[in-house]
Design a protein around this ligand. Structure first.
Ligand code: UDX
Length: 456
C-alpha cells in the first residue's frame, strides 16, 4: 500500500518507519529542510530507542523515503496521514493551523481518491475542518475528486514508541458510514492488516468518538497520577506509605496497577496539552470539566513538591548550597524537556541562590536550550547551574541529591557510593526510587514523596 506521512516529528516518523516495517511503501514529507536533510543522511532528529534501526532497515529496503516535495509526496500515497504538530494556543486549545495547511496541500495536489487520516491529536470536530479545507481546494481547482477523512489517534509513549506501535494494545479508527467512509474503512483495514492478523484489535467507531478517545485516555491517565499525588501529599501528613497503598489498590482489577506512581508531577508533550485542550473544548460547549481542571492544578502544584521539601529543610535562602540534580527530561528514555518538572525545580533553586550540578543521560543539550528560554529575564542565574558528564561526578561536594527523573541507572545506583560522594548524605527523591528503610538504615536523610512515615 502506498502511504504518505505529512510531518516527520515524533508521531509521524515513528508511524512512517513502522508502517514501512510491515511492508508498505512510505513517503515522509516535512517542510523543515533541516530535518529531511538529517533523515536523508542517515540520522534521526529525535531520541527514540530502536527507531534508528527501523528507519535504516526500511530506507535500505527502499520502502521509506523522506522529502520536502509537497506535490510528489501527496501524489504518492493512497493514504495520507496528517501527523503535524498541534501546539497549544495561548488559551490552551490546540492550534490547528498546521493540520489545516496539510489538508489544503492534499486538496491542492491530489490526483486520485485519498483516504486522509488524522493521526495528530486533534479536538473533536477537526475531521470536519480537514474535510472542509480539502473540499475548498478541490472546488477552486474545479475538481470532482473524492476523498474520506478518518481519525486514527496514536497512543505511543515516548521512549517506547516503536514497541507501542508494533504491538499496540488497541487501534482506534473512526470513519463515516457513507460510501466514501466505508471505502476508507476497507483501505484502513489493509493498512493495518498485519496488525489485525497478529491479534491486535481494531475498534471501529465514528470519527468524533475516535477523536475524543485519545483525549479521554490521556485525561484518565493524568487523573490517576494527580489523584495519587494528592493522596501522597496527605499520606506524608497522616503517616501513611503511599507505595503500600498503591499496591493495595492496584491489585483490584477494576483499578489496575499502572499509572499510580506518586512523584513530582507529570510533564511531556501530551498530558499537559491534552488535559488543557479538553478543558477548553468543554468550555466551548458551555460545560465545565471540573475534575480535569483540578487534575491540572494539582499537577502544577506537584511540580513544586521537591522545592517545598528543600525549602522546609534549608529555609528560603539557598545561597552557599550546592545540589546534585539527577534527571532533566520529563521522563526516562527521552531528551524531551517539554513541561518537565525539572524546569520548575531549577527555577526555584537558582532564584533562591543555590548552585546545581545536573546530570541526565541524554537531555543535557535540550535542557540547556530550554533553560536559556526559561531564564531569558535573568540569564546570569544560569551561571549557577553546571552539567556533569556522569551521575557520580554530579554528586561530588554537593549538599544533597535531588532526583527528578526515574532513569533506570539512577534506580540501580549504589546508595553507599552516593553517601560517600555527597558532602552531606541527604536525598530528595521526586520519583521514589529507593526503599526508605534501606536509605535510613545507611544513616542517610531521605525525602521521598508520600513515604515520609518510613524515612523519618
Ligand atoms: C503519554 C501516554 O502514555 C501515551 O499513551 C500518549 O500517546 C502520549 O502521552 P508520554 O507523554 O510519552 O505518553 O509519557 P508517559 O510514559 O505516559 O508519562 C507521562 C508522565 O507521567 C511522565 O512525566 C511520568 O514521569 C509521569 N508518570 C507516569 C507519573 O508521574 N506516575 C506514573 O505512575 C506514570
Amino acid at each position: 500500500m502506498k502511504i504518505t506521512i505529512i510531518g516527520t516529528g515524533y508521531v509521524g516518523l515513528v508511524t512512517g518507519a513502522c508502517l514501512a516495517e510491515v511492508g508498505h511503501d512510505v513517503f515522509c514529507l516535512d517542510v523543515d529542510q533541516r530535518k529531511i536533510a538529517i533523515l536523508n543522511s542517515g540520522g534521526i532528529p529525535i531520541h527514540e530507542p530502536g527507531l534508528d534501526e527501523v528507519v535504516a532497515r526500511n530506507v535500505a529496503a527502499g520502502r521509506l523515503r523522506f522529502s520536502t516535495d509537497v506535490e510528489a509526496s501527496v501524489a504518492h500515497g493512497d493514504v495520507q496521514f496528517i501527523a503535524v504538530g498541534t501546539p497549544p494556543d495561548e488559551d490552551g486549545s490546540a492550534d490547528l493551523q498546521y493540520v489545516v495547511a496539510a489538508a489544503r496541500n492534499i486538496g491542492k495536489y491530489m490526483t486520485s481518491f485519498k483516504v486522509v487520516v488524522d493521526k495528530s491529536t486533534v479536538p473533536v470536530g477537526t475531521a470536519d475542518r480537514v474535510s472542509a479545507a480539502i473540499a475548498e481546494e478541490l472546488k477552486s481547482r474545479q475538481s470532482a475528486l473524492d476523498f474520506a477523512v478518518t481519525s486514527n489517534p496514536e497512543f505511543l509513549k515516548e521512549g517506547a514508541a516503536v514497541a507501542d506501535f508494533m504491538k499496540p494494545d488497541r487501534l482506534v479508527i473512526g470513519h463515516a458510514n457513507d460510501t466514501q467512509g466505508l471505502r476508507a474503512q476497507q483501505i484502513m483495514r489493509e493498512v493495518y492488516a498485519s496488525f489485525e492478523s497478529a491479534g491486535h484489535k481494531i475498534y471501529w467507531m465514528d470519527v468524533r468518538s475516535a477523536e475524543f478517545t485519545k483525549y479521554a485516555a490521556n485525561a484518565m491517565l493524568a487523573t490517576r497520577i494527580s489523584f495519587m499525588n494528592e493522596l501522597a501529599n496527605l499520606a506524608d501528613k497522616v503517616g501513611v506509605d503511599i507505595d503500600a497503598v498503591r499496591q493495595g489498590i492496584g491489585s483490584d482489577p477494576r483499578i489496575g496497577p499502572g499509572f499510580l506512581m506518586a512523584g513530582c508531577g507529570y510533564g511531556g508533550s501530551c498530558f499537559p496539552k491534552d488535559v488543557q485542550a479538553l478543558v477548553k473544548t468543554s468550555q466551548e460547549y458551555d460545560y465545565e470539566l471540573k475534575i480535569l481542571r483540578a487534575v491540572e492544578e494539582v499537577n502544577e502544584n506537584q511540580k513544586h513538591v521537591l522545592g517545598s521539601k528543600i525549602f522546609a529543610k534549608y529555609g528560603k535562602n539557598l545561597q552557599g548550597l550546592k545540589f546534585a540534580l539527577w534527571g532533566l527530561a520529563f521522563k526516562p528514555d527521552t531528551d524531551d524537556m517539554r513541561a518537565a518538572s525539572s524546569r520548575v525545580l531549577i527555577q526555584e533553586l537558582l532564584r533562591a541562590g543555590a548552585h546545581i550540578v545536573a546530570f541526565d543521560p541524554v537531555a543535557t543539550e535540550e535542557a540547556q536550550r530550554v533553560l536559556a528560554l526559561d531564564f531569558a529575564d535573568a540569564p546570569v542565574l544560569l551561571n549557577q547551574i553546571h552539567f556533569a558528564r556522569d551521575a557520580q561526578t554530579a554528586l561530588s561536594d554537593a549538599d544533597a541529591l535531588v532526583i527528578v527523573t526515574e532513569w533506570k541507572i539512577f534506580r540501580s545506583a549504589e546508595l553507599e557510593t552516593i553517601k560517600s560522594t555527597l558532602k552531606h548524605p541527604v536525598i530528595f527523591d521526586g520519583r521514589n526510587l529507593f526503599d526508605p528503610r534501606t536509605v535510613k538504615s545507611l544513616g542517610m536523610e531521605y525525602y521521598p514523596i508520600g513515604r515520609a512515615v518510613l524515612s523519618q
